[in-house]
Design a protein around this ligand. Sequence first.
Ligand SMILES: [Fe+2]
Length: 192
Amino acid sequence: MDPQPDLVMITGDHVEKPSDAIYSHFDELIAPLKAPVFLIPGNHDDPEIMWKHFGGTSMFPGKPPCYQYVIDDYDFRILALNSHLDDTELPKFGEQRLCWLEQELAKSDKPTLIAIHHPPMKTGVYFIDMAGEEWYRGIKDVLARNPQVQLIICGHGPHGADRAGWQCTHLHGGQHRSPVDCRARYRPGAGF
Ligand SMILES: [Fe+2]
């Protein structure tokens, strides 16, 4: 790839059925990438096994129990979030993960990108929306108070989404779908 990207953020569902052997295989597949690679868990992943496999590397510095982390080596900050619940399609974002998000955003006004597997928004796609809106209500409230968040990137579904100012980019690089980039921009302060 020329020019090389500054980094590669792989937004979850790295494997279908998580095990240390399967993550070793995934590790081999991404080894040729020259840019720094970062990983966040999807519903098909197991953050605990990911941590055992990648926790000692720069790819997955998020520590238990939240498995979330900050990348602050660029002109913008990246907050890598964890919406993993289990191997169903359903997301989770409980009090601990939400507190972490609020505390990290309070540390800096630097332009910020958020990476999260499940789109925290209504997409119009049944298997994504079936979790309802409750799980991301806290995220929505925190972001409304933090206009430095300028873009959210997600995985989970190969569809773009654009709902009344609550816009994001799906960059899907899962193991069973082609990469899709449907660009739309989250506008700080525009509401949801
Ligand atoms: Fe997913």
